[in-house]
Design a protein around this ligand. Structure first.
Ligand code: GLN
Length: 510
């Protein structure tokens, strides 16, 4: 009996292939490590790594933005290498091992170890994240209507991991020390790998995810088989990336690499231009209908970039704001990073029931309207936060409720956009370039971090005082939030005004 026949005889859990649940837990634990670490990252940089600099907020913002940009940009390379050489299984293993290594290196108290660790996570995520997402898709035959709900379940897994880890790592970090928090993130990643490995041992994936060609996989370059060469190159790439990130530290506050445009920014300008040129050439060759749809795929990716650009501020400016100007109860500042995922877990099912209900009544809004509303919700979330100053006490501390409202509204916005966009990208892209468009979709998160970098640097507070806070800090943040709110509201309004036009370009895609 061949592997694929065995696979089709596989058991189902909750009406889905049982492989989904192995991927669900593997991704849950990977995101546990990713978000547990992110919860501590900015505070650790401001309070430890850059502590001596008067421009420590600025430095932390720059590193956070470069880290975030690279961690998502690497997914394009990891996806490509998996498609052509390694296959998804090996890529996921390689990515997972590199990420665990990164988290464990973070547990070492040393500046150089810190930057090397970030580099390992960047390369590791590039192999893990896109491949585990594509793996989910391969569990279903083409046209299987369970696929969308399979992805919804998977998105829940992501956010269960993202909800628990900031609470645990944030608590460990505050109670026993930063490095225990980082260490726990590493254990999380290893647990994820264990789940994936046990799925393979039990053959729940059949022949899915194997290298596309054994010949290519074994092919030797300079006497080394590609399957070995790629992990070696990953290990060699890490110190180079670490050096790029470390230059922020070594140049102190005002070095050339430290200015608005650094090597990482430049890299993104170049990648951006290449992607636009490539898309332009595809559009020229496409049929009229394909061209319209592809244009819409690019447009929704662009809207998503704006949204993530505000959303990903959670790990930087919003965490610092929570630490300095919010009267927190029950949780500490790094633990506030759990709130987005908690709301996503609570809201995903009600919102997907709402879409089904509206679809039955034939009033389910089409994608451009959902995207417009998502951006308006992001704008509203920041607008409400910008009003919190009215309730501030004499020390410039605002009530926790405002932060909760921010997270609630932006999470609803996320559910209007992110899962919807993911499935629309596959519908709007011509079959021959779906994988590439998925890469572009992830690249949108990378570009979003360039926006995050710009905003976080604008809102960086210059001080050597370890207790930055109070009314002065509050006003800087609130002015920033109200500006973000305006941009997001205007962007949302523009999308809604042009939605009828966009709707037509989407043709039969809802
Ligand atoms: N929260 C989602 C995840 O971690 C999406 C993040 C993103 O693309 N910026 O997968």
């Amino acid at each position: 009996m061949s592997d694929s026949t065995k696979f089709s005889n596989q058991k189902e859990i909750l009406g889905h292939p049982q492989g989904l649940f192995y991927l669900f837990f593997a991704e849950l634990w990977e995101r546990f490590s990713f978000y547990g670490m992110r919860a501590l990252l900015t505070l650790y940089m401001v309070n430890v790594i850059f502590e001596a600099l008067s421009t420590r907020d600025y430095a932390a913002a720059a590193v956070y933005a470069s880290y975030g940009s690279l961690v998502y940009a690497s997914t394009v390379i990891g996806g490509k290498i998996s498609d052509s050489i390694l296959g998804m299984r090996q890529s996921i293993f390689l990515g997972g091992i590199l990420m665990s290594l990164g988290h464990f290196v973070l547990a070492i108290e040393n500046d150089i170890a810190f930057f090397l660790a970030l580099a390992f996570i960047i390369v590791g995520n590039g192999f893990f994240k896109p491949n585990i997402s594509t793996f989910v898709g391969t569990l279903y035959e083409e046209g299987d209507t369970r696929k969308d709900s399979g992805f919804t379940i998977f998105y829940m897994g992501i956010n269960i991991g993202g909800a628990i880890s900031p609470l645990l790592c944030g608590w460990l970090g505050a109670t026993y020390g930063w490095h225990y928090g980082f260490g726990l993130a590493g254990i999380g990643m290893l647990t994820g790998l264990l789940f994936f490995w046990s799925g393979i041992k039990k053959n729940v994936f059949g022949d899915r995810g194997l290298p596309p060609s054994q010949e290519v996989y074994e092919k030797k370059i300079m006497g080394i088989p590609q399957k070995t060469l790629i992990p070696i190159l990953c290990f060699l790439a890490a110190p180079i990336i670490a050096f790029l990130l470390y230059s922020y530290k070594s140049l102190g506050g005002e070095g050339t690499l430290f200015e608005e445009t650094n090597i990482v920014n430049l890299l993104f300008y170049v990648i951006g231009i290449l992607v636009i040129l490539y898309l332009g050439s595809i559009m020229l060759k496409a049929t009229k209908d394909e061209r319209k749809k592809l244009f819409m795929a690019v447009l929704i990716t662009f809207f998503m970039t704006i949204f993530w650009g505000f959303h990903e501020l959670h790990g930087s400016v919003i965490t610092l704001f929570a630490a300095r100007n919010v009267n927190l109860t029950l949780i500490n500042a790094s633990q506030t990073n759990a709130l987005n995922s908690i709301f996503i877990v609570l809201l995903s099912i009600p919102i997907s029931i709402m879409w089904t209900y509206l679809a039955k009544k034939k009033i389910n809004p089409r994608t451009p309207y959902k995207f417009g509303m998502g951006l308006v919700l992001a704008g509203l979330s920041f607008y409400i936060l910008s009003l919190s100053g009215g309730s501030a006490d004499e020390n410039g501390m605002v009530p926790f409720t405002y932060l909760l409202l921010l997270y609630f509204l932006i999470s609803v916005g996320e559910l209007f956009m992110s899962p919807v966009g993911l499935s629309k990208i596959t519908d709007l892209s011509p079959k021959r370039i779906v994988a590439f468009m998925m890469g572009v979709w992830f690249l949108s998160s990378a570009y979003a971090f360039q926006i995050v970098g710009f905003i976080s640097k604008e809102l960086a507070i210059e001080s050597t005082d370890s207790n930055v806070g109070g009314l002065d800090t509050l006003n800087i943040y609130l002015d920033g939030f109200s500006l973000i709110a305006k941009y997001s509201l205007v962007a949302g309004a523009v999308v809604l005004v042009f939605a009828p036009l966009m709707k037509r370009l989407m043709g039969n895609v809802h």
